[in-house]
Design a binder for this molecule. Structure first.
Ligand code: PLP
Length: 446
């Protein structure tokens, strides 16, 4: 008898094919040569920003104080560690994060995801009914790819240097007509990934107004999720401090999602959600329980200890590092790539630059990509099969642009460069290879 493959759900089927970025990064990681190939694609934080010694200290302190950090190696509760929740609250108040005050925050619930901000985003997708999610273009491709696999329709609105363009958003909502009723949420990354564009405070307020108006029109709350993954990494001192969407929220639709991945360590897997109590929030807590009871309690307590004792100098240190790197990389971009770059964004926050090249395509079948991954078929460029020249990987714009959005054409000439993970000398080398790749494309007439 012929035995067929295991039957999969629609989501299962969609997930059985690796996403384009996963496929690309896996292909590259397979034979990555440390210190030789350059990975400008990974969204990894810089290893030097991870406070190894402080984490070690925090671990010891937590275990040494069982009266404060109770049963830290046992199961935790799905809401999150009480210590950590209070530490996050204090961190917000002491640093006036988003302009929030004690009285505003006291009215909000804070909950800790099972496995970073990612698990909270997953929870949102699991708990909302299928429909439309509105976000910006370029979009956070990892989550948007997931949303589409679970059956959401992602509608993207182009971004400019101040974030998602609210006038275009209003026009788009108008155009959606009856389909507006299918909108389930807005998902806005406040320091966008891939572009590192910082959502301006004016835009932030407008977004809350737009979502509030839509909620009133449809007669149900349309949540507006602000993903603040990079908001503690604004390293350019000239940038206005972001204000929280809560300050404009009249009807309780704003939720903020934060993470300690970028300022402490992704490996702790601590993400949190702030918002009003209600059926949605309670379902999120149940979801955490369903997928693993809680984030590892020991990690939550370590994070709590670090927030209470060391966070200020840690954030300063992290930002100093990225600020210096951004400055150097920016100078090299201008010096080495010059006119070939029509426009670039980033360098003020987070650790990405996002380029639009003038005349050169960047997608996976482009000569530019082939040159940098040493797969042109020309041995002079690629090196010999046994000793290939250094390869450079980046995220092609086409993976960050929605295929049905307005930016498909320009996306083919865009790319995200991460200056987080690699050291400066490697990044400089990679930019020189990019220069060579551009010259190669020009001589080919492309
Ligand atoms: C926009 C955005 N949201 C969320 C995350 C994931 O955060 P976490 O490590 O807490 O899962 C990332 C990670 O790069 C991100 O870029």
């Amino acid at each position: 008898m012929n035995v067929q493959e295991i039957l999969l759900s629609e989501y299962g089927n969609a997930s059985s094919i690796p996403s384009p970025v996963n496929r690309m990064m896996t292909a590259f990681a397979g034979d990555f040569r440390d210190g030789y190939d350059v990975n400008l694609g990974a969204g990894y934080v810089n290893e030097r920003t991870i406070p190894r010694q402080l984490i070690e200290l925090a671990y010891r302190e937590v275990l040494a104080q069982p009266e404060k950090y109770r049963a830290a190696l046992n199961y935790g509760g799905p809401h999150g560690s009480h210590n950590l929740i209070e530490s996050i609250r204090r961190f917000y108040i002491d640093n006036r994060v988003g302009g929030l005050t004690d009285s505003i925050l006291r009215e909000k619930e804070i909950l800790i995801g099972a496995n970073g901000a990612t698990s909270l985003l997953e929870g949102v997708a699991h708990l909302l009914p299928p429909g439309i999610v509105i976000t910006s273009d370029p979009m956070y491709y990892i989550y948007c790819n997931y949303l589409e696999r679970v059956g959401f329709r992602v509608v993207t609105i182009p971004e400019d240097e101040n974030g998602i363009q609210t006038d275009l958003l209003r026009e788009r909502l108008e155009k959606l007509g009856d389909e507006k009723s299918e909108i389930q949420c807005f998902y806005i990354v406040t320091i966008n990934n891939p572009t590192s564009v910082i959502l301006s405070n004016t835009r932030r307020r407008e977004l809350v107004e737009i979502a509030t108006r839509l909620s009133r029109e449809l007669g149900r709350k349309i949540p507006l999720f602000f993903d603040k993954a990079y908001e503690d990494l604004i390293h350019d001192p000239m940038v206005e401090r972001p204000t929280s969407g809560f300050l404009y929220d009249e009807i309780g639709i704003v939720y903020e999602i934060g993470t300690l991945s970028k300022i402490l360590a992704p490996g702790l897997r601590i993400g949190y959600l702030i918002g009003d109590d209600g059926p949605f929030l309670r379902a999120m807590i149940q979801r955490t329980s369903d997928v693993g009871f809680s984030a590892p309690l020991i990690n939550q307590e370590i994070a709590s200890y670090l927030l209470d004792h060391h966070i200020r100098e840690q954030i300063e240190k992290v930002n100093r590092g990225y600020r210096d790197k951004a400055r150097r990389v920016k100078a090299w971009i201008e010096q080495l790539l010059g006119d070939a770059v029509l426009e670039y964004r980033g360098g003020q926050a987070g650790f990405y630059f996002y380029f639009t090249l003038d005349d050169v395509e960047t997608h996976e079948s482009s000569p530019f990509f082939n040159f940098l991954t040493r797969s042109t078929g020309n041995e002079e460029i690629d090196g010999s099969p046994n000793s290939r020249h250094p390869r450079v990987v980046y995220i092609p714009g086409e993976h960050c642009i929605h295929p049905k959005g307005d930016m498909v054409q320009v996306g083919k000439r865009q790319l995200r460069l991460s200056y987080g993970f690699e050291d400066l000398d490697r990044i400089r080398a990679a930019l020189s290879f990019m220069r060579e790749a551009i010259s190669y494309c020009e001589t080919r007439g492309k």
